[in-house]
Design a protein around this ligand. Structure first.
Ligand code: NDP
Ligand code: MG
Length: 425
């Protein structure tokens, strides 16, 4: 396993990457579930770890003006940010600019006077490349997060990667870019953070990476029950509070499929050395098996602030706003085999991880479209994965695509998914 491109510094020997007195963090997708959790973590770090000078240097949102203004006001009032506020959506930027509240805040806080409001996808890339930014937290959902994440990698930043779609779409290219830059990817996805924590201080080659999966809301459901599932049923995740896209992905277990592909590229491990185990309590975040049969795991309550903070502070560990394990109460930790028959997304994930090339971009795009069609009640829950399968089958595979080819195929796969989706089923 070659894990050289992700941060693997040994606690005893390594300097903290990007070790400067001020840690300026850009949170792209700040208005989402991961984004707001990151803002909590940063507020805490600013208070707790003054010698590092943690600041929320830039934030982006797409359409949620209220939430981005709340973050702006909160950080400005505490004098821990921000200098850039970006809306990828131009209308939202205009609305923000027109709001009394925003301009009032600018007048009230000295720091806010220097805050620029920007808009558009290019602005996301510009922020990701800004020399002032030390760490980028990639928390935009879906393929929309790709360009800014790649820009941060090209500019040698530390990237806290929540946006798994970047590696699903362009994992091979991202690895090549990492090899040619000082950038480090620190996983935010809880499973990959767990694996990273299990292997960060060992030279031993893992035999197997075992991703745990909660099983989502339909862990015990029959195929017939899943066929009848409504968006409300599918959004009701038993252990995690997440954005709508990843919640549906968890229900189909496409999220685990995307994570298999993410692990394949992040840790450079072939698909046959990745496994999935169902763990309903979401306490064991993943495991690593070594040649001697020893299995290491990382455990903590299901709260994303823990892996987010570790991606920011690695290799240091500091008190975190996430809760601690409560061992005063009995606790069951269950591990169950994954059911590839009821959850065909898993088979697809292993297949795509083994293929590489264009397969990830195509399945990711088809999945984004199919999830939206399901949320809009245009297709059934059980049609999401078959739609992705059909689009994958209908595409002409290439093993070493360029980024522009991947983006072309992303557009093609979106149209193809609309064509393939059975809207009368
Ligand atoms: P949310 O839906 O909660 O948030 C998505 C964020 O992306 C929001 O800030 C949203 O802006 C922004 N956004 C949406 N569309 C666009 C676009 N076209 N261009 C730019 N920005 C856009 O998602 P999550 O926080 O749940 O997930 C974010 C990423 O993190 C995903 O890749 C997910 O797979 C990953 N992840 C999430 C976990 C979780 O616990 N939530 C766990 C592990 C990984 P706005 O709201 O202003 O419209
Ligand atoms: Mg995960």
């Amino acid at each position: 396993m070659d894990v050289s491109e992700i941060a693997t510094e040994n606690h005893q020997t390594a300097a903290v990457p990007n070790d400067r007195p001020t840690k300026n963090v850009a949170v792209l997708g700040a208005t989402g579930s991961i984004g707001t959790a990151t803002v909590d973590v940063l507020e805490n770090l600013h208070r707790l770890d003054p010698q590092f000078g943690w600041r929320l240097w830039a934030v982006s949102g797409h359409r949620n003006v209220d939430c981005l203004l709340d973050i702006f006001n909160r950080a400005s009032a505490g004098d821990w940010g921000p200098r850039r506020v970006v809306f990828s959506d131009a209308e939202a930027a205009a609305e923000c600019n027109a709001r009394e509240r925003f301009s009032t805040s600018q007048q009230h806080h000295e720091h806010a006077n220097t805050c620029q409001l920007l808009f558009g996808d290019e602005a996301l890339v510009d922020v990701a490349r800004s020399p002032e930014v030390d760490v980028l937290v990639a928390a935009i959902v879906g393929r929309a997060g790709l360009e800014s994440t790649i820009a941060a990698i090209e500019s040698g930043k530390r990237v806290g990667l929540a946006n798994k779609e970047t590696l699903v779409v362009a994992g091979d290219l991202v690895r090549k870019k990492l090899a040619n830059s000082d950038a480090k990817i620190l996983p935010v996805d809880s499973e990959h953070s767990a694996i990273f924590q299990c292997i960060a201080n060992t030279n031993a080659e893992p035999k197997k990476l075992i991703l745990t999966a909660s099983g989502g809301p339909f862990r015990s459901a029959t195929k017939e029950q899943m066929h009848e599932a409504t968006p409300k049923d599918a959004l009701a995740h038993p252990t995690w509070q997440m954005g709508p896209k990843i919640s549906i992905d968890s229900a189909t277990m496409m999220n685990k499929a995307l994570e298999i592909i993410e692990a394949r590229w992040l840790f450079d491990v072939p698909a046959e050395r990745i496994d999935v185990a169902v763990h309903p309590q979401s306490i064991i975040h993943s495991m690593v098996e070594f040649d001697d049969g020893s299995v290491l795991s990382q455990m903590s309550p299901p709260d994303m602030r823990m892996p987010i903070q570790y991606a920011l502070t690695y290799p240091r560990r500091l008190p975190c706003p996430a809760p601690e394990l409560d061992l005063s109460q009995p606790m069951d930790l269950t591990l169950l085999p994954a059911d590839l028959d009821r959850f065909p997304a898993l088979k697809l994930g292993f297949e795509v991880a083994a293929c590489g090339g264009t397969a990830g971009a195509v399945v990711n795009a088809a999945n984004e479209v199919a999830v939206q069609l399901f949320l809009d009640e245009k297709i059934r829950f059980t049609q999401i994965v078959p739609t992705c399968q059909k689009v994958l089958e209908n595409h002409t595979f290439e093993s070493s695509p360029t980024l522009s080819r991947l983006l072309e195929l992303d557009r093609w796969a979106r149209e193809e998914a609309c064509r393939c989706a059975d809207m009368d089923g």
